[in-house]
Design a protein around this ligand. Sequence first.
Ligand code: ADP
Length: 423
Amino acid sequence: MSVQGNLAKIRKKLIRRASQNLARGSDVRENFEKELERFCDLLDHAVTTGDPAWLDPVLYDWANSGTQTDVQEGQKNATNLLNIMFSLTLETARDTLNKGEALDLVAAILPIFTYALDRTARMEMETRVTFFANEIANVQAQLERLDRSKSNFISVAAHELKTPLTLIEGYTSMISDVTKPDDSNNGLSPLLQGVRTGIQRLRQIVDDMIDVSLIDNNMLSLNSQPIWVSHILDLLRKNLNEFIEERHLNFEVRRFTGGQEWLYADPERLYQAFQNILTNAIKYTPDGGTVIVDGRTLPGFIEVTVADTGIGIAADDQAMIFEKFGKLGRAELHSTGKIKFKGGGPGLGLPISKGIIEAHGGTIWVESEGHDEKSCPGSTFHVLLPIRTEAKDARLNKLFGDLSRPTEETNVQEETSTDSPAA
Ligand code: ADP
């Protein structure tokens, strides 16, 4: 008898056995038997044509019939079902057919079942991968929503704080105006000074919050003009001198190639970015330590490095510190002073520096062997800035000419550079 004939001979028994083995309850059994009939029909076609792909529709349905939990737990229901179907087919063939017929049948269906198992395993794996890809996309969407609400909160809070702060500033300055200088006798002047310092700190925090929300919303606009990076660093060194001396630090801004090369950048914003990095270097280096600002030219870029002999940053934290509120959890450090050793802030400084540098087309990262307040392994911040010799605004190009040409124009600009807004 032909293989198809033998298959037809065992079909009824096979379906009964499979249904008794695998389906519980009469409803389930009825539906399951229909599926088995379909499987046997397609198996018959596959044997007749020699093309196992006939089984694809039923394999596809079985592979995709798992519940969410099955998929999540990686249960291979369809693959298991096929394995059981194969064993039952062998068993039924052995019981029903003679040895030769059974062997012929097994030889014919073995490659078809091998194909079916391979295909089903792959489809189940793909279903699983799709499931987890969706899960990851959901988590990502949730995180993005969370980050957006954090950013919205910062923006709303900053703008809400700005109005009363301006009022307080105004009234304090009016009180100062009506307070006679010799009022120090009745103790008013130092009190007013205290209020003014508090207002300044609050203004700084509100401004930082506004900058962070501008950066988050890609709204930071740059006011580019020709600058020397060295000018900004020298100016910062000068302005931070009081703190450097207070903390007895050896603070060196070295000359480096590229530092005195003209490039288009926003001097005020770059000043702000480097100020945060240098202030941190002061804050996180113990008294008597060293901070060295150096740099070099790389193809198309200027690299500035700020190396300190401070407490260092653990590897796990090195990416996190550039996220807003990167250190918010350490409440014990907050508001302990602007440049006091380990005096923490709201954790907005580095995210702002990163936002400003990235808005210039640059990048920032940190290297440190780890965090240790005893051995002080130090940290080195790297800032890469593109050497932009052409301004986006054509009017600026016309005004300043081509910055890459070292002509007598350079001398003119050299003289005017001290008038840049950062200076
Ligand atoms: P903060 O207001 O806390 O100083 P920043 O964004 O400027 O916020 O810095 C984030 C965190 O990065 C700091 O709280 C500190 O833990 C760490 N950090 C920044 N610069 C240094 C440094 N030079 N050495 C050691 N730790 C640093």
